[in-house]
Write a protein that binds this ligand. Structure first.
Ligand code: AMP
Length: 286
């Protein structure tokens, strides 16, 4: 069932709550692919009712980012959700979510701002304000849907760490489940933004996964020095790759260390054909 209004979602949820049903939420920006579907399948397995939100959230995009051209495929998304047995596809308009706040800013809207320690690195460094936008919309969705559980992908590792932190710090009664990264057979992590890439660009994009796999195999062979592990990336990069960051941090806290260990995560952001791609890998197993 496709629903655009907050009030209608609330009406349905109220009935489910009366019946004591367990509700799962999968927040997405649409253009659904097998990565999103893995979250939906997990939600279906563990919850009685599943809501998928499809909302390209304007406040998490910077002024020079791809908000206008972000792929919007609501009909196809709805079909996929129906095939998976999703109970509600919640696809509000920006106006439904934010009212008439004009140019959205923290002059006109209450924002949730995650702590500086978590946002002054990785994607937060170049996407200033991005995680304020993410936390704000996620908390709004939690308040609208009031799910018992919400499902996020490891693909956006910094995002799920920040959402968990928000939930803990603000005592939000939602259990966060993280799901593994779904990849194409080639190793390329699925992303709605892969649609922007040409076939050649997709091949060049494989470098992200190659760099991460190589770092993991070097770590498994006994190299733990993080600078040395990061150095191994450079032989993979060509002029087709515009590296934004490559970091090896603690996978739970995003703390920097000098030596990698089984709690380390390697994260990369790189532009290929102008498309910003991200990927990551746990060095110590899944
Ligand atoms: P998005 O629509 O890009 O905002 O993503 C919605 C959710 O799907 C987020 O929790 C993402 O981390 C997750 N997701 C996106 N791509 C993948 C993937 N390749 N594998 C697993 N989860 C993913």
């Amino acid at each position: 069932m496709l629903i655009n209004s907050i009030e209608e979602v609330r009406r349905n949820v109220k009935e489910w709550k009366k019946e004591g049903l367990k509700i799962g939420l999968v927040p997405t920006m649409g253009a659904l692919h097998a990565g999103h579907l893995s979250l939906i399948k997990k939600a279906k397995k563990t919850c009685d009712r599943v809501v998928v939100s499809v909302f390209v959230n304007p406040i998490q995009f910077g002024p020079s980012e791809d908000f206008d051209k972000y792929p919007r495929t609501l009909d196809a998304d709805e079909k996929l959700c129906n095939q998976e047995g999703v109970d509600i596809v919640f696809a509000p308009s920006p106006k439904e979510m934010y009212g008439d706040a004009g140019r959205l800013s923290n002059d006109t809207l209450t924002y949730v701002c995650p702590p500086f320690f978590y946002v002054n690195k990785l994607c937060g460094k170049t996407r200033v304000g991005h995680f304020d936008g993410v936390c704000t919309v996620v908390l709004k969705l939690f308040n609208i849907v009031q799910p018992d559980c919400a499902f996020f992908g490891q693909k956006d590792a910094q995002q799920v760490i920040i959402v968990k932190k928000m939930v803990k710090d603000l005592n939000v009664p939602v259990e966060i489940t993280q799901c593994p990264i779904v990849r194409e057979e080639s190793g390329l992590a699925l992303s709605s933004r892969n649609k922007y890439l040409t076939e050649e660009g997709k091949k060049d994009a494989l470098v992200l996964n190659k760099i991460l796999n190589n770092i993991k195999s070097c770590y498994q062979k006994g190299i733990t020095d993080i600078s040395a592990l990061k150095e191994t990336a450079y032989s993979f990069l060509t002029d087709k790759h515009d590296l934004e960051y490559l970091e090896i941090l603690d996978r739970n806290t995003l703390e920097e260390k000098s030596q990698a260990d089984n709690n380390s995560i390697a994260l990369i952001a790189c532009r290929v054909e102008g498309v910003r791609l991200i990927d990551n890998i746990y060095l110590g197993g899944i």
